[in-house]
Write a protein that binds this ligand. Structure first.
Ligand code: ASP
Length: 352
């Protein structure tokens, strides 16, 4: 016990939380995936739909925090909205495995006590982020996978759905294209999926340039100074053999300490190897509080470390309460809101 206290002190887990010097302030930041998203790739209608979705989601989170709600509720509520939106690769609209299934991953972490919950490879839980939260709050474990995770979800009375609930034609078509390219057999359409409908090739091209990303993640700081980070995804298109990405892995795709919260999106294999989310928070501790330290911590890991390794993607982060993003792709769906009421919604690399 004494050894644990010493270890936590060394990690400055017992250091004063953000509540001490930021009383009443709150902030929230989210991403909806990163990739080669460039001006002209999307028609005006599609772009507007993305911007409206990001705007509505961040404002909902802001509303919860402004009313004094807690960061855990804000992160869960915003991710649930994005999981219900077929534009994003989480919940309905998730990408397919090469075997024609949706296998969903999620995680959530609280900064003050560094408690975490995660789930991987679930096929019938409508809101994987709520499952991650239930793992954190109601199980002695940190990460559950597959059937066991689904049994736990049922025991927790979370909403269960048929696997075909997550089906969208464009994600299916994109998987079929990838599987063909890989020389693998095309899997049968899932039982209960709607009749096949034609998909514009252009829409598929955009999805591929987006790297079929669209993972969603949120970091929130509430008025009491509590910081929570969460991430939810379908993973990568045509993934094989029970592949697990970074999103449900604490330290890789999601991380939170008392002063730092990160959610990532991108080529998960690299994010796991570089332990991206935790590395950024460690870097922030080294740099300390001050003008630009959050951005410097994030950039050192994404612009330098990840890029040198050959991975691509990005992160959103709250560093000492300040919303920050960093990505090495052309764009990232992203938004932030702070207690002054200022909202930022951006997609492309030439936007703030
Ligand atoms: N990071 C996710 C994964 O590798 C995918 C993504 O962010 O789009 O599973």
């Amino acid at each position: 016990m004494i050894r644990l206290a010493a270890a936590l002190a060394a990690l400055s887990v017992t250091a004063p939380s953000l509540a001490d010097d930021h009383a009443g302030d709150w902030s929230i930041v989210l991403h909806g995936g990163a990739g080669v998203i460039e001006r002209g790739d999307m028609d005006a209608e599609t772009e507007t739909a993305y911007r409206e979705a990001l705007d509505a989601a961040i404002r909902r989170g802001g509303e919860i925090l402004a009313e004094g709600g807690d960061a855990m509720d804000a992160v869960e509520a915003v991710i649930r909205i994005l999981e219900d939106d077929p534009k994003f690769n989480a919940g309905i609209g998730a990408v397919f495995t090469s075997g024609g299934a949706n296998e969903l991953d999620s995680s959530i972490m609280r900064g003050s006590d560094m408690q975490a919950g995660a789930a991987s490879g679930v096929t019938n839980v409508r809101h994987p982020i709520s499952l991650a939260r239930a793992v954190l709050e109601n199980s002695p474990h940190v990460m559950l996978q597959g059937e066991g995770a689904e049994t736990f979800a049922e025991e927790q009375e979370l909403e269960l759905v048929e696997p075909a609930y997550f089906f969208t034609e464009r994600r299916w078509a994109s998987m079929v294209r990838a599987v063909r390219r890989m020389g693998l057999p095309i899997p049968p359409r899932p039982e209960g999926a709607p009749e096949a409908e034609p998909i514009r090739e252009g829409a598929l091209d955009l999805m591929e340039r987006e790297h079929a990303f669209g993972t969603v993640g949120v970091v929130a700081l509430d008025q009491s100074g509590e910081l929570v980070a969460g991430t939810s995804t379908g993973g990568t298109t045509a993934k094989r053999w029970g592949r697990v990405g970074d999103s449900p892995i604490i330290g890789a795709g999601t991380y939170a300490t008392p002063i730092c919260g990160v959610s990532a999106t991108g080529t998960g294999e690299y994010f796991i190897r570089l332990n991206v989310a935790a590395r950024i928070c460690t870097q922030l501790e080294v740099l300390g509080e001050g003008e630009g330290t959050g951005q410097a911590a994030a950039d050192s890991v994404i612009q330098d470390g990840l890029t040198e390794m050959g991975g691509d993607g990005g992160i959103v982060m709250l560093g000492h309460g300040e919303p920050i993003w960093s990505y090495n792709t052309a764009g990232m769906y992203r938004a932030s809101m702070v207690s002054s009421g200022e909202v930022v919604v951006s997609i492309y690399g030439d936007e703030p």
